[in-house]
Design a protein around this ligand. Structure first.
Ligand code: TRP
Length: 338
């Protein structure tokens, strides 16, 4: 499927057997779905990247990969237009990663914020792997193989993109070529979408990001009943005991979700602030809106069994390889090993 449209490349790591949550959707996937109209989108499940933080117990990566791919399609990525593929099934990613590692300075990798965080999170006695340090080099390979116009990602990925650009420039300079053109960051600046709160709060009573590690997520694949139960127990203004107590929507998870999913959120917020409505009503209305929003996702997901998602991934992987192998030919030529 060749296309004259400019290319876009992006992906998410396959780290959670539950698949993707609302934070993943709002922060990135939502944007990819819209970009399909104007771009040829290459959308990857980054399974190798998942190995960098999984520790000693290898999860069923194949299973997680299929769950993430099912979420991509149920959320609106269209396999007819978009190449949905698996990183490890396009060996050019691993190959280019190796080549790029030769032009990437250690200091640059050690200064990457996510590396520093992950390194500190690892329990003592757990050695920092070569792969974790090289995470951004693999990401640079993911991107540069497709010579994209731009890379749509969540805000937290900006340092990785900057480093990927630098690695592309270093390669061009080192081998006196122009194999890798510059690409743009495509980052949705919306504050709430880039940091969707989870259902709970931290030790200080503040909302915190929706994240698998906090177990505070609403998943795209949750059933209507699961969503209802989660919203039922979601955090609301702690000083709003009775309906007539004033609410503080900025610090209330339910009100934040209303802002994202309810067309009437302005009225709902103002009534909440004035003590004209209670949390029970907010939760009831949110459950309705969110389940309506997720309804089409669920319908699509119900059509996707393992065989049909494998079929989609097979085709997407072939399309991705077609482009990636051409770039690798240019790379080999530039380094004179063709
Ligand atoms: N690092 C990205 C994340 O954690 C995932 C990713 C891997 C990616 N390779 C990529 C994103 C290439 C964009 C382009 O979300």
């Amino acid at each position: 499927m060749s296309s004259d449209k400019p290319r876009i490349l992006s992906g998410m790591r396959a780290t959670n057997p539950r698949g993707l949550h609302l934070g993943n959707y709002e922060g990135a996937l939502r944007n990819w779905v819209h970009l399909q109209d104007d771009f040829k989108v290459y959308c990857m499940v980054a399974d190798y990247h998942a190995l960098t933080t999984m520790g000693d117990l290898p999860p069923n990566l194949g299973f997680i990969t299929r769950e993430v791919a099912k979420d991509y399609v149920s959320a609106g990525l269209d396999p007819q237009r978009t190449s949905i593929f698996v990183q490890s099934r396009v060996p050019e990613h691993a190959e280019l990663h190796l080549v790029l590692s030769m032009v990437t300075g250690l200091g640059k990798l050690e200064r990457v914020p996510t590396y520093k965080e992950k390194k500190d999170e690892l329990s003592s006695g757990h050695p920092v792997s070569y792969g974790l340090l090289g995470y951004p080099v693999l990401q640079a390979a993911d991107i540069l193989l497709y010579k994209p116009y731009g890379v749509p990602v969540g805000k937290d990925q900006a340092p990785h993109l900057e480093l990927s650009r630098e690695i592309g420039r270093s390669f061009n300079a080192a081998f006196d070529c122009q194999v890798f053109p510059e690409f743009k960051d495509i980052i949705d600046g919306d504050e709430l979408r880039s940091k969707v709160p989870g259902l709970d709060v931290d030790d200080q009573g503040q909302l915190r990001k929706m994240s698998k590690s906090y177990d505070n997520c609403i998943y795209l694949s949750d059933t209507a009943d699961q969503v209802a139960a989660k919203i039922q127990s979601a955090f609301t203004t702690p000083t709003k005991i009775k309906k007539t107590d004033p609410g503080i929507p900025e610090g209330c998870a339910v009100c934040q979700y209303l802002k994202l999913y309810s067309p009437d959120w302005k009225t709902q917020w103002s009534e909440d602030q004035q003590g004209l409505r209670g949390c029970v009503q907010n939760k009831r209305e949110l459950t309705e809106c969110l389940n309506e929003f997720l309804g089409p996702f669920r319908e699509k997901r119900a059509q996707l069994d393992d065989a049909s998602i494998e079929e989609i991934l097979k085709r997407g992987t072939e399309e991705a390889r077609e482009f990636a192998s051409q770039t690798m030919r240019e790379v080999r030529k530039a380094i004179k090993i063709d």
